[in-house]
Design a protein around this ligand. Sequence first.
Ligand SMILES: [Zn+2]
Length: 103
Amino acid sequence: MADDKSTTAVVNMCAFGAKWLKPTRIEFFLTSKAAVTAQFAKMKCKSKRQKTKGKPTICQFSKEEHVLLSGLDGQKKGGFLTKAAQEYPRGLCIAIAKAHFGG
Ligand SMILES: [Zn+2]
């Protein structure tokens, strides 16, 4: 899949304001590698395990527990959390636009 015209960024959604970690791979085509690196190099969460086993990890960005993507979304009736998590956070959309257009 990857060739010399593509650059891959691996990010975590929590870096862009989401409550979950959700590792996500974004493939850019014809976008400069430097621009992609500038936007996404530090967007992977170095989350910390909690002392109690089975508890969610603590987010490097929000300093709060990551929400585990399992079960139903308490805010939307009957919706699965994984469905809520399919949307890109606004900050990620802006970073993608900046990588494409510079700035
Ligand atoms: Zn995090």
